[in-house]
Ligand binder design. Structure first.
Ligand code: GLA
Length: 386
């Protein structure tokens, strides 16, 4: 699948700039097995990079100006690197402007470049196409101009670019896009950025994403609000239990004890966070032990929390998960990523994939008049230079 993407991107580059690219970079989207809305709440997450990528072709422009072409959008823009970088009304360009700004602000010196890119990561589906864009761009500029930037710092610069665009995200998406490894999930400690790889062996089950085709219109504002609510909750916990420094030091019992001291919303958010942090540890052990049925139960629990306590689900996602619960061929399902649309991640019994897909597409179309899409997950390598 990616061979065609690479060929098309390279051919478009040659047509646009009259020469072969100097560097070609692939930057993947990500899934997350469990640990949602936990990366900015001191937890662990269990993401992996997938085989859906953005392909970038680069060359030096030998000037102070950079030209960037988005093949899929049929749009392009130029940026003068000697001028202050500002936000634009054309949203996709801001991720690239943000990356350039972060590199400059952090003292990296580089000249103009030409770039063409094209993607097969669905946008707005919770697969982190923006992180792939940021990290692939940084990776490409770094290799073009021989900047020495460690993988961890590529992730952090990408995250800062996303903050500059307006989403106060955690580190999970950028980190997994850069650090992905074929057939491995990454257990990432979002506090220290220590990480370890675990085998992505789901035994008799296939990992399938159901794309609701609902785009997250509320995403940015609600996402940032959740962060503020959690910060408030953490400060209440800290005030009452001085031994608590981060969410991972708090027990569910301590949270329950403070129910009256928090607004109902803040209590629900904090209750979810503390339980979700524990679920990730259990889920990782279940995966290591081959207990995929237990992993599946934990996914259902996470969805309940995301829907009822963290309130980042929507009608369409809830319907998909509720239906999965009653389907004997699905042992786990939950919304994946930031929420308000995008995909559910599902553990489906091997041999029953097609049956499940046709049942769900019909039901979803009948209920919402929307086409449901499916992505078979293939866990793949992180950002690479071809
Ligand atoms: C988005 C953010 C991530 C993370 C997830 C929810 O994808 O970019 O940092 O918070 O939502 O887990």
């Amino acid at each position: 699948m990616n061979d065609i993407l690479i060929q098309n991107t390279t051919a478009f580059f040659e047509k646009s700039f009259g020469s072969a690219p100097e560097k070609t970079v692939l930057s993947p989207g990500r899934i997350n097995i469990i640990g949602e809305h936990i990366d900015y709440n001191d937890g662990y997450v269990l993401p992996a990079a997938i085989d859906k990528v953005i392909c970038f072709a680069f060359e030096k422009s030998n000037s102070k100006t950079s030209k960037i072409i988005a093949i899929d959008l049929n749009e392009e823009f130029e940026i003068d690197l000697t001028q202050e970088v500002k936000l634009s009304d054309v949203v996709w360009t801001n991720y690239i402007r943000g990356v350039i700004k972060q590199l400059q602000d952090n003292g990296f010196s580089f000249e103009g470049f030409n770039c063409v890119f094209s993607s097969n990561i669905p946008v707005g589906s919770g697969l982190s196409s923006s992180a792939a864009l940021e990290c692939g761009m940084i990776f490409g500029i770094a290799s073009l101009f021989d900047l020495k930037i460690e993988k961890k710092d590529i992730s952090l610069l990408g995250q800062k670019a996303e903050h500059w665009v307006g989403i106060n995200c955690g580190i999970m998406d950028q980190f997994s896009s850069v650090h992905g490894l074929e057939n491995k999930v990454i257990k990432l400690d979002c506090n220290t950025l220590d990480f370890e790889y675990h085998n992505a062996d789901f035994k008799n089950y296939s990992l399938i994403l159901f794309d609701s085709n609902v785009k997250h219109s509320l995403f940015t504002s609600e996402y940032n609000t959740r962060r503020i609510e959690c910060e408030e909750g953490l400060s209440i916990l800290k005030n009452h239990f001085p031994e608590i420094k981060t969410f991972r030091d708090a027990s569910e019992e301590q949270v329950l004890n403070l129910k009256d001291k928090m607004s109902p919303k803040v209590f629900s958010r904090v209750h979810f966070v503390v339980k979700e942090i524990n679920r990730v540890t259990k889920a990782c052990a279940a995966l290591d032990n081959g207990n995929i049925e237990l992993l599946g139960e934990l996914l259902f629990e996470t969805h309940y929390g995301l829907s009822q306590e963290y309130e980042v689900s929507c009608e369409e996602l809830d319907m998909l998960v509720d239906t999965s619960k009653t389907d004997e061929n699905i042992i786990g399902s939950r919304l994946m990523g930031g929420g308000f649309g995008g995909c559910t991640i599902n553990l489906v019994k091997k041999g029953h994939e097609n049956e499940v897909k046709s049942k769900f597409s019909k039901l979803y179309l009948d209920t919402f008049g929307i086409e449901l899409k499916f992505y078979d997950v293939k866990i793949s390598n992180g950002t690479t230079l071809l």
